[in-house]
Design a protein around this ligand. Structure first.
Ligand SMILES: [Fe+2]
Length: 259
């Protein structure tokens, strides 16, 4: 079994609140009896793409578990690259592939500089085709991107979801190795299907964004009261995926009392 944790929408903003919540979640993951093999952070690392916010994220992301991040609409590609990847500043999409045993994880940059909505660029589609061609035959693949490519009944996010989702759907449908698509952006733990595969939306560590059934109070669209949460994806040897969602309490001790 390969265990992949997914953290999302950390929104480092130079305040202590969001940073402490990420620290708490990473401590929870690091303290698990079976630690995750990797942690994915699916975008909106920072709240507004400032270098100081990336410095804050870089510090918090120091973990013994390999941690792989992609940008979201609140991020800045150049700042992301220099601070988190140690690479020269560039506005090109931040696409990465990682292998964990038999599992391939393709991280796609769906951000559009200066815009809230998402789109995969031609460059990213070319990159993804090459990444899929290079991935091991008959072995599982996870795709991860910030913007969900499907309607989630989240009025805010549905307006700024991934554009042209059918193009990605065609690609996913044509590759049986892709076991699921992972996203963030919605600030809500949610599951649906996309191109016949699970589409798993990770919760945000920072806040919960209302669904269309919760919008009686337009000024209370974002709920900051709930504790942070995280997704845990278990991929079995037969490529079957099981996902659990965990809330990590901000008060009290972490973990289960023995015996
Ligand atoms: Fe976000």
């Amino acid at each position: 079994m390969i265990l992949v944790a997914q953290v999302s929408d950390t929104h480092f903003d130079l305040g202590t609140r969001n940073a402490e919540r990420v620290q708490r979640v990473l401590a929870f993951l690091g303290g698990l009896r079976r630690r995750p093999d990797a942690i994915l952070v699916t975008g909106d690392i920072t709240d507004s793409g400032k270098p100081e916010q990336y410095a804050e994220a870089k510090l918090a992301f120091q973990t013994e578990i390999p941690l792989y991040a992609i940008p979201g609409n609140h991020d800045d590609r150049a700042g992301f690259r220099t601070a988190l990847l140690g690479e020269p500043a560039s506005g090109a999409p931040v696409n990465r592939v990682h292998r964990i045993g038999d599992l391939t994880i393709a991280l796609l940059d769906s951000s559009i500089p200066g815009e809230a909505g998402g789109r995969l660029s031609e460059e990213t589609y070319d990159w993804l085709r090459d990444a899929l061609a290079a991935a091991p035959v008959g072995k599982p693949i996870l795709l991860a991107l910030h913007h969900p490519p499907a309607r989630l009944h989240s009025p805010i996010v549905d307006e700024i979801a991934l554009a042209d989702p059918q193009r990605l759907a065609d690609l996913v449908a044509a590759d049986e190795r892709i076991v699921a698509v992972l996203t963030g952006h919605a600030h809500s733990a949610a599951t649906t299907t996309f191109a016949g595969r699970p589409l798993l939306v990770a919760p945000s560590t920072a806040s919960v964004l209302a669904g269309e059934w919760e919008l009686d109070l337009p000024d209370h669209v974002m709920d900051y009261a709930p504790d942070p949460a995280v997704s845990l994806h278990a991929i079995d040897d037969d490529h079957r995926l099981t996902t659990h969602f965990r809330t990590v309490p901000m008060a009290g001790r972490i973990g289960v009392q023995p015996g």
